[in-house]
Design a protein around this ligand. Structure first.
Ligand SMILES: [Zn+2]
Length: 323
């Protein structure tokens, strides 16, 4: 049975895996991401590493259906290019597809990293293989991916799924990385929850470890805020309720639009786990159309760091089927 190569390109490391057509990881390894020299070595490092493993495992191109890759930045899945992945040093357009296809006689597919993670979770994670699954990735920013009717929704130019920029804060208190105001990302990412913590600390007059940290000028993290909330800190609970409220609003908009069977919450911030999931679910269900609500499950991501390589290999299966 022919296998697939899945690549998850990140700012500090590149995860590479050999995956079966049913989504099982057969081999996986990682290499450091070399951001020096405008990231010019990254693609060649990945290619060399794959060639080394072909030798090591006595495999060749003939054993594979194709290569799939998830990348940060603006990805054009048709042209197979990436631009604006600043954490990789890629400010200029990168012809990733051309380089891979020159070296390996295999179909090559590429997608935005958040979209690809969504595909992984839909296929082998919390989405349980259902055809309509949406994922929200809560990290430094908020990423997203939509699988509708079993297909990854990429939209015109490949930019679909930017649910981090849904406008949910009508007071527009914080400026987003996109230059806009009121985006979900400004109130529901690792940086967003800190924005809320600073905002609500100002007017809070009681004792709170979060307020003390803000007043003392110390850095606070989303983890500290969730921990304090679970210990009963009133201010921390206000912040978490606001955070979950904005997420719930955004999830309900997406649910009302797409009627997914599963909405998956992943990313570093989702480490707060069931405590956070319940709060988000409650706020989401308050705002969903009843017929959709009964069928829409809100779950935590299950694949962790493997979502990227698994989703990248699914891109190959979907692409091969479409061609
Ligand atoms: Zn934005």
């Amino acid at each position: 049975m022919k296998k697939i190569i899945g690549i998850d390109l990140g700012g500090t490391s590149v995860k590479i895996a050999i995956i079966s057509p049913s989504g099982d990881i057969l081999e996986k390894w990682s290499i450091p991401t070399n951001g020096l020299d405008n990231g010019n070595n990254i693609v060649f490092d990945i290619i060399h590493s794959i060639q080394e493993h072909f030798e090591l495992l006595q495999l060749s191109e003939k054993d594979f259906l194709g290569i799939g890759m998830g990348s940060p930045g603006k990805v054009n899945p048709v042209e197979k290019t990436v631009v604006g992945a600043y954490n990789l040093g890629w400010s200029r357009l990168q012809q990733i597809g051309k380089v891979f296809e020159n070296i390996f006689p295999l179909p090559f597919f590429i997608g935005n990293d958040a979209n690809v993670a969504a595909l992984g979770e839909q296929w082998r994670g919390a989405g349980k293989g259902e055809r309509d699954v949406v994922m929200f990735t809560l990290g430094t920013g908020v990423g997203g991916g939509i699988v509708a009717n079993g297909q990854l929704v990429t939209g015109f130019g490949g930019a679909a799924g930017e649910i981090g920029h849904l406008k949910v804060d009508t007071e527009q208190r914080f400026t987003c990385t996109c230059g806009g105001k009121g985006c979900l990302e400004t109130v529901a990412s690792a940086t967003g929850i800190v924005n809320l913590a600073r905002y609500f600390s100002k007017e809070y007059e009681d004792v709170s470890s979060i307020k003390k940290a803000v007043d003392d000028g110390n850095d606070i993290t989303s983890k500290e805020i969730f921990n304090s909330a679970q210990k009963g800190d009133v201010l921390a609970n206000t912040i978490v309720d606001q955070f979950a409220g904005y997420l719930g609003l955004a999830l309900s908009h997406v649910a009302n639009t797409l009627s997914p069977s599963h909405i998956v919450i992943g990313g570093g911030v989702s480490a707060a786990g069931e405590f956070l999931r319940q709060k988000i679910a409650e706020k989401t269900y308050e705002n969903i159309f009843p017929q959709i609500r009964d069928r829409c499950q809100i779950s935590l991501a299950e694949l962790g760091n493997d979502a990227g390589v698994i989703g990248a290999s699914k891109l190959v299966l979907l692409g091969v089927k479409n061609n």
